[in-house]
Design a protein around this ligand. Structure first.
Ligand code: ATR
Length: 273
């Protein structure tokens, strides 16, 4: 009889339930939040059933964000732009609102870390759903984005898709000789498979002035961050702060209360030690 669920596949390693527990503890809004791993073909049925009975809100993670966009009766502008939804809210008996808080969550965390300013050059590695979700927010700061991806055509398609929002270009990994960027973001899922043969190697770094951010997180250093530190990176972070931030914006949509993001990140990082 849960009111708030995280739908995805896989979801068993998600830190979201822990994060919402802290939000509850510090705000007094009870969301009774749990994870729900669903089979691909049962996603729609499961979500609609959930909202018919006890459901008030849901988070959506890989691989269902585009499907969640399609099932939403109304969507926010930021969900519309990316055509993907990571949070749902029941607003009446037959109306579900879809929103996307990934991009704003990332921006919040990059600002917290002092990793971003307007008009900076960003290298985005990866051209899947995770990359797509964050591009509009990065472009809204007038930053320029180069996308590099193992499969070039996907990077090209993504750059074309967002061309009207700002300065965004696809580049071939073979053309990436010097890493002369303010910020490098990993949005590939390569770390999940523990691969060590990262596809952009043999490039020149300026570790003392480049920030590295991995959208993913683990209790230990992620594969991407291991690769960065091996190259001499000094400023780097995994995506735990983004996870807390996008959850905070979801929580706000459901409760009208905005949790203390910094406090929760501090607690989670402390528990890691
Ligand atoms: P997500 O929703 O997590 O973004 P996705 O849409 O499947 O998932 O995208 C996965 C991204 O990780 C893609 O950019 C993918 O590159 P391809 O487009 O070439 O498939 C990238 N990726 C996955 N495994 C990788 C690996 N071992 N090395 C480099 N990139 C990898």
């Amino acid at each position: 009889k849960y009111n708030y669920l995280l739908f995805g596949n896989p979801v068993n390693h998600s830190k979201s339930p822990i994060i919402y527990n802290y939000f509850e503890k510090y705000t007094n809004f009870k969301c009774n939040y749990h994870t729900k791993c669903v089979e691909k073909k049962l996603f729609l049925k499961n979500v609609l059933n959930f909202f018919k009975i006890h459901g008030k809100g849901a988070n959506i993670t890989t691989p269902f964000k585009e499907e969640a966009y399609k099932l939403s009766n109304i969507v926010t502008r930021r969900a519309q732009i990316t055509r993907s939804v990571n949070v749902l809210k029941k607003i009446s008996n037959n109306k579900i609102l879809g929103d996307n808080t990934d991009g704003i969550g990332l921006l919040y965390d990059l600002r917290r870390l002092n990793f971003i300013q307007s008009r900076k050059k960003i290298l985005l590695i990866g051209a899947g759903g995770a990359a797509k979700g964050i591009i509009p927010n990065l472009l809204s700061l007038n930053c320029s984005i180069d996308i590099v991806n193992r499969t070039f055509s996907r990077a090209y398609n993504l750059a074309t898709y967002f061309k009207n929002l700002g300065n965004i270009n696809a580049i071939k990994s073979s053309d990436l000789k010097v890493l002369n960027y303010h910020l490098v973001i990993n949005a590939t899922s390569f770390g999940i498979y523990k691969k060590s043969d990262f596809f952009i190697s043999n490039i020149i770094f300026y570790p003392e002035r480049t920030m590295f951010y991995d959208l993913y997180y683990e209790n230990n250093l992620t594969e991407f961050l291991k690769w960065c530190t091996n190259q001499g990176a000094i400023y780097y972070s995994d995506g735990i702060g983004m996870l807390v931030s996008q959850a905070a914006y979801s929580f706000y949509l459901w409760s009208n209360l905005f949790p203390n993001i910094e406090l929760i990140i501090k607690i989670l990082n402390k528990n890691k030690e």
